[in-house]
Design a protein around this ligand. Structure first.
Ligand code: PRP
Ligand code: URA
Length: 210
């Protein structure tokens, strides 16, 4: 598993506003989208392309286009939905599938309540979007789901992660071709499984349902 922490002053600046408890939902949503566009740039560094011949006004040349089968973007509902627009702006020809997952706040175990994905993901490059990687349970389950359907190349893009969650993913996904792209790696999890310093409950802050 490869882990890439984006290191850019604009990302840190936007993250600071996102973390601030005083930031209201509309601003939070706009920031998640902006951050996602910056992280998508990092996260799609390995997107598969194929050569294409074109004609400029001056001469023929060889360029590239995104290869078939098209990449699949999978936002994890609910909070991952806030990242979707930022990603599709950058990769408009990608397909989108959905996974709905909710973490039980007592046991911290994830359950999957919705799935709308192609049955066969053989040869597909998948990009999973979820702002929070806390214990890692939700992301591990989502990635395992995609691997079981045949995906061989999965990149997860998260805004924040805890070291405990990354260590869990490392164990669970050993031997698989998985890349994790992060806006920041935070200090730790607290006794309730929340990322510290974190930003609180991403879904609630996005959609205002605290
Ligand atoms: C949040 C977040 C992740 C999960 C992370 O979702 O978006 O999916 O928690 O926690 P974990 O790493 O410990 O599994 P939540 O289950 O709160 O659902 P929501 O997006 O509907 O708010
Ligand atoms: N889910 C969140 O939304 N925030 C956390 O800090 C942990 C899990």
């Amino acid at each position: 598993m490869r882990v890439h922490v984006a290191d850019h002053p604009l990302i840190t600046h936007k993250l600071t506003v996102l973390r601030d408890v005083k930031t209201p939902s509309p601003v939070f949503r706009a920031l998640v989208e902006e951050l996602m566009t910056l992280l998508a740039y990092e996260g799609t560094r390995g997107v598969r392309v194929e050569p294409i011949e074109i004609q400029t006004p001056v001469s023929p040349t060889t360029g590239v286009r995104i290869a078939e089968p098209r990449p699949l973007i999978v936002p994890i509902l609910r909070a991952g939905l806030g990242m979707l627009e930022g990603m599709t702006k950058l990769v408009p020809t990608a397909e989108v599938g959905f996974l709905g997952m909710a973490r039980n706040e007592e046991t911290l175990e994830p359950t999957t309540y919705a799935e709308r994905l192609p049955d066969d993901l053989s040869g597909r490059q998948c990009f999973v979007l979820d702002p929070m990687l806390a214990t890692g349970g939700s992301l591990a389950a989502a990635i395992e789901f995609l691997l079981k359907r045949g995906a061989t190349d999965v990149t997860a893009i998260c805004i924040l992660a805890a070291p405990e969650g990354l260590a869990f993913l490392e164990r669970e996904l050993e031997g698989h071709d998985v890349t994790i792209v992060l806006g920041a790696l935070d200090e730790r999890l607290n006794e309730h499984g929340y990322i510290v310093p974190g930003l609180g409950d991403a879904g609630d802050r996005l959609y205002g349902t605290v």
